[in-house]
Design a protein around this ligand. Structure first.
Ligand SMILES: *[C@@H]1O[C@H](CO)[C@@H](O)[C@H](O)[C@H]1NC(C)=O
Ligand SMILES: *[C@@H]1O[C@H](CO)[C@@H](O)[C@H](O)[C@H]1NC(C)=O
Ligand SMILES: *[C@@H]1O[C@H](CO)[C@@H](O)[C@H](O)[C@H]1NC(C)=O
Ligand SMILES: *[C@@H]1O[C@H](CO)[C@@H](O)[C@H](O)[C@H]1NC(C)=O
Length: 323
C-alpha cells in the first residue's frame, strides 16, 4: 500500500518519465496523412541523443502491428515500411512509438487517430496548358496517392478551374463541377495571356478541398479560322515572289542595263549639274515670268531706183527715176 502511494508521489514529482520506464518518452507524437500516406512523427525525448525508436500501428479492427523497428530517424511512414496491403484507404488508424537504448526502453506513446479518406490532406493537381488559337486547353493531372488513387477514393471528385487575364488578376472566372481531366476554355480573347489555377473538390463533407495548383499562364494566339487565311496569304505571297524572281532572271540583262547604264557622265560634270547657282541674277530669272516681247511688223518693199542705181552705170536706161 505504502509502496503504491510512494510510486504515485514519485510520479507526481517526476512526471511521466519515472512511471513509463527507464528512458524518457518521445514527445509531440502525431499521426498525419498526405496524399494517402500514413506518417508517425515525434520529437526527441529530453534524454541525450543516440536513441533508437520502434513504432507500431493499429486500425479500428486489428490490433497493433510492427511498423518501423530500431530506427534512428524521428518519423516512420507506415505506407512505406510495413506490408503495403495492411493500410486501407478507408481505414482509421492509430500508432505508437517508444524509444530504446541498449536494454532500456521507454513506455509507448500513442498518437491521434486518422481516418484516411476523411482526413488525408490532398496536394495540388499539376496542370499544363495548350494554347490552340483563341482557346486554351487545360490538362489536369491528379496528385499521386501513396495507396490507391484519387478517383478510387473520391469517385465524385470534381475540379474547380479558375482563370483570369494575366493583366487583370482581380477579374477571375471559374468553372466548377468538372470531372474530365482535359477542358477547353474557349471564351477567351485572342493574343492575350491567361493564367489558370485548379483545385480539386472531393465532394466529401470535411477536408474536401485539395491544395490549389500553382498559377500557370499561357497566351492565346488568334482565331482558329485565321491559320487557314494565313496559309492562303502566305501561298499568294510566295507565288508573287516566285514570279518576280522568274521575271528578274529572264530579263536580267535589260533590267541591269536599265538600272546601271554603262555610260555615265564624268564626275566633275555631275558635280557641276548638282550645284545650284546662287547668283542674284539666276534667282531673279527663276522668279520672274518671261517678259512679253513687243514688236512691230515690218515689211520690206524692194525700191526700184536703188535697184537701178546699183546697176552698172554704163547700161543706164532712158526713163526717169521714181522716188
Ligand atoms: C492536414 O493539414 C493540416 C494543415 O497543415 C494539419 O493541421 C492536419 O493535421 C493535416 N491532417 C492530416 C491528417 O495530416
Ligand atoms: C532492436 O534493438 C534491440 C536492442 O535495442 C534488439 O534487441 C532487437 O533485436 C532489435 N530488433 C531488430 C529487428 O533489429
Ligand atoms: C472555385 O475557386 C474559386 C477561386 O478559388 C472560388 O472563388 C470559387 O468559389 C470556387 N468555386 C466553387 C464552386 O467552389
Ligand atoms: C467542405 O468542408 C467544409 C468544412 O471543412 C464544409 O463546411 C463544406 O460544407 C464542405 N463542402 C462540401 C461540398 O461538402
Amino acid at each position: 500500500m505504502s509502496a503504491a502511494v510512494c510510486v504515485l508521489i514519485l510520479s507526481a514529482l517526476w512526471g511521466h518519465t519515472v512511471v513509463s520506464g527507464d528512458l524518457s518518452r518521445p514527445t509531440k507524437v502525431r499521426l498525419t496523412s498526405h496524399d494517402m500516406n500514413l506518417v508517425l512523427s515525434w520529437d526527441l525525448p529530453a534524454e541525450p541523443a543516440g536513441l533508437l525508436y520502434t513504432t507500431e500501428y493499429r486500425s479500428s479492427v486489428i490490433n497493433y502491428r510492427a511498423g518501423c523497428v530500431n530506427i534512428s530517424t524521428l518519423e516512420c511512414d507506415f505506407t512505406r515500411h510495413s506490408i503495403p496491403q495492411t493500410i486501407y484507404q478507408f481505414g482509421k488508424y492509430t500508432a505508437r512509438v517508444r524509444a530504446h537504448s541498449g536494454t532500456e526502453t521507454s513506455a509507448w506513446v500513442e498518437s491521434n487517430n486518422v481516418a484516411m479518406d476523411k482526413e488525408t490532406n490532398i496536394s495540388s493537381p499539376i496542370i499544363s496548358l495548350l494554347s490552340n488559337g483563341a482557346a486554351i486547353e487545360v490538362i489536369i493531372q491528379d496528385p499521386v496517392f501513396r495507396i490507391s488513387s484519387l478517383r478510387q477514393v473520391y469517385s465524385s471528385a470534381t475540379y474547380n478551374i479558375t482563370y483570369w487575364q494575366d493583366s487583370q488578376k482581380q477579374k477571375t472566372r471559374s468553372i466548377s463541377n468538372i470531372q474530365q481531366s482535359r477542358v477547353v476554355l474557349s471564351d477567351l480573347e485572342p493574343w492575350t495571356k491567361y493564367c489558370v489555377k485548379v483545385q480539386i473538390s472531393t465532394g466529401r463533407i470535411s477536408n474536401n478541398l485539395s491544395q490549389p495548383s500553382a498559377d500557370v499562364c499561357e497566351s492565346t494566339t488568334i482565331d482558329k479560322e485565321v491559320p487557314w487565311v494565313a496559309a492562303v496569304v502566305t501561298f499568294i505571297t510566295m507565288a508573287i515572289a516566285v514570279a518576280l524572281v522568274v521575271v528578274a532572271v529572264v530579263y536580267r540583262k535589260r533590267i541591269s542595263h536599265l538600272l546601271c547604264p554603262k555610260d555615265s557622265l564624268p564626275q566633275h560634270f555631275k558635280e557641276d549639274l548638282m550645284v545650284r547657282p546662287n547668283s542674284s541674277m539666276y534667282i531673279a530669272m527663276c522668279n520672274s515670268h518671261p517678259s512679253e516681247e513687243i514688236f512691230h511688223q515690218v515689211s520690206i518693199i524692194p525700191d526700184s531706183s536703188i535697184i537701178e542705181a546699183e546697176r552698172p552705170l554704163e547700161a543706164e536706161p532712158p526713163h526717169t527715176t521714181q522716188t
